[in-house]
Every structure is written in structure tokens, then in C-alpha cells.
Design a binder for this molecule. Structure first.
Ligand SMILES: Nc1ncnc2c1ncn2[C@@H]1O[C@H](COP(=O)(O)OP(=O)(O)O)[C@@H](O)[C@H]1O
Ligand SMILES: [Mg+2]
Length: 138
């Protein structure tokens, strides 16, 4: 298991997924990449300045969250963080293909889970379309 990709959306569940990914990377000497995807604001009526402000705030939040996680992963062979903009599942799958990940780790739910008994839509798209194995942490 050479390369692990963990997906982080700021939720408690994703935090658990990243902790599991860190343990696996320690155990197997894998490199670890943690990715956060910032969804494009979809409100059509947003003016450009608001759009830029929202994206700016979200990316600063993601940056500091990823920096904290990186500290927790100290001692691992290689830890990288990645921030992307766009559709979360598509960006995570694209990153996995580009880095030739051997494993993707996600939470079963994220920030928008209303139906707790179903797997989240991002997690299930990843399970369905991943080019490698997927670990869905519960
Ligand atoms: N924007 C995102 N960036 C990175 N990872 C994400 C993102 N959205 C979801 N994930 C990953 O997918 C997992 C499940 O979230 P999701 O499928 O979106 O469920 P929900 O519908 O409850 O939000 C999260 O715990 C996280 O690992
Ligand atoms: Mg979600």
C-alpha cells in the first residue's frame, strides 16, 4: 500500500477517516495525501465579488484545517495536502488517478448527511468509480 489518499470535508466523520489513514500510513510506510474539495458556490445570483469572498474564506478554512492534520501526521514518510475547487467526487477521483493511489479513505458521511442510514453521495460515487480500493470509515 504505497500511496493513500484521504478525503477531508471538515466533518467529524472525515476527521475519523483521516485519523485512520494516518494510522495506516504509519503502519505500512505509505505516503499520505489529504484532499479537501471546495464546492463551487452554486447560487446563480452571486455577484463575482461575493463569489471570490466565499471561495477565499472557504479555502482559508480548508488551508488551516489541512495544516493541523499535517502536524498530526508528523513522522509519516511523506504527507501532502491538496485543495481543489469543483465537484468533490470528480476531483477526488481525478486526484486518485493522477497520483496512482493504492487506497482512498473517506468517511461514510460528511457535512450534509441528513439520511444517516444511507452512505453519503460523495462516498458512494467514490466507491462506485474509484480506480483503486476504497476504505469507508464508520
Ligand atoms: N468536499 C469534499 N472534500 C473532500 N472530501 C469530501 C468532500 N465531501 C465529502 N468528502 C468525503 O466523503 C465522505 C462522505 O461525505 P458525503 O458523501 O458528502 O456525505 P454527506 O452526504 O453526509 O455529506 C466525507 O467524510 C469525506 O471523507
Ligand atoms: Mg457531503
Amino acid at each position: 500500500m504505497k500511496k493513500i489518499l484521504a478525503a477531508y470535508d471538515g466533518s467529524k466523520e472525515a476527521g475519523k477517516a483521516v485519523q485512520t489513514a494516518i494510522s495506516l500510513a504509519r503502519e505500512f510506510g505509505s505516503s499520505l495525501t489529504v484532499i479537501a474539495v471546495i464546492p463551487e458556490p452554486y447560487l446563480a445570483e452571486l455577484v463575482e465579488l461575493d463569489r471570490i469572498r466565499i471561495l477565499d474564506t472557504l479555502s482559508n478554512d480548508a488551508k488551516s484545517a489541512l495544516a493541523r492534520l499535517k502536524q498530526q501526521a508528523a513522522g509519516i514518510t511523506s504527507v501532502k495536502t491538496l485543495i481543489k475547487f469543483g465537484s468533490p467526487a470528480a476531483e477526488i477521483l481525478d486526484a486518485a488517478a493522477k497520483m496512482k493511489a493504492s487506497l482512498i479513505v473517506t468517511g461514510s458521511h460528511g457535512r450534509h448527511g441528513a439520511q444517516r442510514f444511507l452512505m453519503g453521495s460523495v462516498a458512494s460515487k467514490i466507491v462506485d468509480n474509484a480506480p483503486c480500493s476504497v476504505l469507508v470509515v464508520k
